[in-house]
Write a new protein. Structure first.
Length: 228
């Protein structure tokens, strides 16, 4: 396999790896833009496809594991000793409030496609003390799908158009955001539907009180007359 020449070959991989890892505790990191941007560079022969996918996967999986262990061990309280740690903790809290605190294995796989969803699902799994091995399997599955999807978006854009690099990156990012918005809307509808279905069931589970209150005696016996 011939290694392409040019500066991107040596700058892209380490920069993308670091930012994708950082995207777990800091959702504002532009990791998706970099991964999608690897597609047009691939289309122009600037990068190697296996290394782009592997870099995105390693960053996603490594960031998940780091954030999970951080919250599972209660080290989020330790973060608050530093200003940067408080910023990270606030970012995670905001993601939890926005995306919900689902710690299911399906959420660990799928929520990374929703803005802030990766942070929320991984932190929630750590707080819920989800077993490590199933978490790592779910994270690896989600990271692999995410890496292939994001790289594919950029590659398809780069191969299908003659747009400049920045325009291809913007196009791929827009498609990724739209897909994430659709997934977020579907998840919200499912949660709302589940909540509505749970209301009658919860109401039925509450034992009803007695239909009638037993009446007191019809007559009160008169006191015995006192002897004169």
């Amino acid at each position: 396999m011939e290694i392409p020449e040019g500066p991107w070959q040596w700058l892209y991989y380490p920069m993308t790896l670091v930012l994708v890892i950082a995207d777990a505790p800091v959702p504002a990191s532009p990791s998706e833009v970099l991964v999608i941007g690897g597609g047009p560079l691939l289309a122009h022969g600037e990068l190697l496809l296996p290394l782009v996918v592997l870099t995105a996967f390693a960053g996603s999986f490594g960031g998940d594991a780091l954030l999970f262990l951080l919250f599972r061990g209660g080290l989020n309280a330790w973060l608050n000793r530093w200003r940067w740690g408080r910023l990270v903790d606030r970012g995670v809290t905001a993601a939890l409030q926005k995306a919900g605190e689902s710690s299911t294995y399906a959420a660990i796989v799928a929520a990374r496609f929703i803005p802030g969803g990766r942070t929320a699902s991984v932190a929630a799994a750590g707080l819920a003390e989800v077993p490590l091995k199933p978490f790592l399997i779910s994270s690896a599955s989600g990271s692999a799908i995410w890496a292939v999807w994001m790289t594919g978006l950029g590659l398809a854009s780069g191969l299908a158009t003659d747009l400049p690099l920045w325009a291809n990156v913007a196009l791929g990012t827009l498609v990724g955001i739209l897909v994430g918005m659709v997934l977020a809307a579907v998840i919200r509808l499912r949660r709302r539907s589940a909540a509505l279905r749970a209301v009658p069931a919860g109401a039925a589970a509450v034992p009803a009180g007695p239909a009638t209150v037993p009446a007191g005696p019809a007559t009160v016996p008169a006191p015995a007359s006192e002897p004169r």
